[in-house]
Write a protein that binds this ligand. Sequence first.
Ligand code: IMP
Length: 436
Amino acid sequence: MSNLIVIGAQWGDEGKGKIVDLLTDHFDIVARYQGGHNAGHTVIIGGKKYVLHLIPSGILHERKLCVIGNGVVVDPLALKQEIDGLEGAGISCKGRLFISNRAHVILEYHRLVEKRDEDGRGEGRIGTTNRGIGPTYEDKMGRRGLRFCDLLNPGVLRQGIEASIRAKQAALPTPAGGVSVDGLVAAVQNLAGELSEYVTDTAELLNRGIDEGRSVLLEGAQGTLLDIDHGTYPYVTASSATAGGACTGTGIGPTRIDGVVGISKAYTTRVGEGPFPTELLGALGDQIRTAGQEFGASTGRPRRCGWFDAVVTRYSKMINNLDSLVVTKLDVLDSLPEIKICNGYRYKGELLKSFPPEIEVLAECLPEYVSVKGWNSKTAGIREYGELPQLARDYVARLEDLSQTEVSLVSTGPDRDETTVASPNSRLSRWIPSIR
Ligand code: IMP
């Protein structure tokens, strides 16, 4: 039984939801380890679309257990709505969903602070999702956050809310931005009561599960380039979206994890602000956006689109020690006569040797492209790798070569079945023998 991490190898929205859903059949437990309801994982099963923000997509599979780990920040109201939405669709979370009692909680004022911070940044705004994610992680690191285990104790809850609001008061237009502490304490206690059946020590649950031979799929949210440490800082999210975050965000030790699978689109997208070297600003970018329906699953914002960037995937490979790469949305490129892949960044005439940490440098990098001929035929919905046109397979081979990472699966459409196995002997198929 293997325990695997699935992460985004780009700037998020790589199609992790679909791939996690596909892999879930082979695992007993699916766990989220960072981020919050800024994520939007779309899964289409038999033509029916589900968008999950906090709950692992494993919930759509009968008998699988789902964990929201300690590294996730949880808006109790958003979680309650997601649970109710699933129950309404006939999918019960009872006895299958477990929320860490150490997970930090997003409250109303976190969103107010985020809006104030974003407005204050003016031109330099990050383009956050306005879900209160950043300010909640700030409270966590500032050691004034509230965790699920604190919510049922009225004294601790009130103290925590007051301390957090006090720290923000100077920044808010009116005390707590007009939030009533009494009202908030009552509302949070009410929600905490309703969610209490799901709250537990998930580190114990996961480790006991592994001891007993169960396998865990660790589902990353966002992507490597949005990671707080390794991403394009400050245009990043506030959590550890890379493979390392899976250990701290669940309490599973690194040596209990067997491998890391990266997900990458056949091109690149980014939502929000920040440098994006291979961005296509003209008609071609619009064409990819339309073909790929590149609009945020959480916020509906149009995504910025550009060519595949092998500098990014090589960096992701290093940071996450990727064993295998899954390429999604190949079909979006079906009608392009020529396709480009970035294989290097030139800065002030020099070819850079590593991914630059300075945002000003990245913003001025000129991509060095390799051009390949498009296949100009329909790959959408193809389920056998051998049925892909030769030029499409050549393109995948080029991505593999330039990313220095084996490609195990290639996705040709949003449905679970629209997936091809690129290599019958990939590491993925060694961990999961039925994927061949
Ligand atoms: P935050 O996570 O809301 O703080 O937003 C910080 C940055 O991460 C912004 O550029 C967002 O657009 C981006 N971001 C956050 N979540 C996602 C996601 O799930 N997919 C893609 N981008 C995201």
